[in-house]
Design a protein around this ligand. Sequence first.
Ligand code: S3P
Length: 182
Amino acid sequence: MASERNIRNIALIGFMGSGKTSVGKLLAEWLKFDFFDTDEFIEARVGKTITRIFAEDGEPVFRQYEREVCEYLKGLSNTVVSTGGGLPANQANLDSLKTHAFVEYLWATPEKLWERVRHQTHRPLLQCPDPQSRIRELLSIREPYYRQADLLVNTDTRSVAEVAQLILREFRSVRAPAPRQQ
Ligand code: S3P
């Protein structure tokens, strides 16, 4: 469990194709926050694409990089973080995010997720003979983690702006100063 919380960032979690990047960029623009993508950070640090890291070094090495990113994130403020889909499926990573960020799970049905990612090729975990079953299988493993978010947002029927609006409202309410005692 996240013990002490000092909420100064927003962290978006959810499966590949849930809209974390689009929603995150819009939120960062509205709030005048920085935008931080954990995958982009890892790629820049290692000097390889995620696809190459998986192929040449293997998934466990990638997951280790994700754990290191979580340590780095603790030093940030006023930042919207878009996390890789598997990053919060590790209790220590999730707990770490919760110490400094308001955490939202962008939720979508497996069908909708598939519709969004089916023409993309940069996600090694879905380069397999039956990606739709893989989505369902990974989702069932990850849901218990994703559901520990502060806010669960259904993105199936909402636009990027609607999802961002909803998160913004909630974030402002958790960040609002306590009413002054007269
Ligand atoms: C992964 C999701 C990807 C990326 C990597 C592994 C996962 O990020 O981190 O391919 O395990 O779900 P996105 O969720 O941003 O696509």
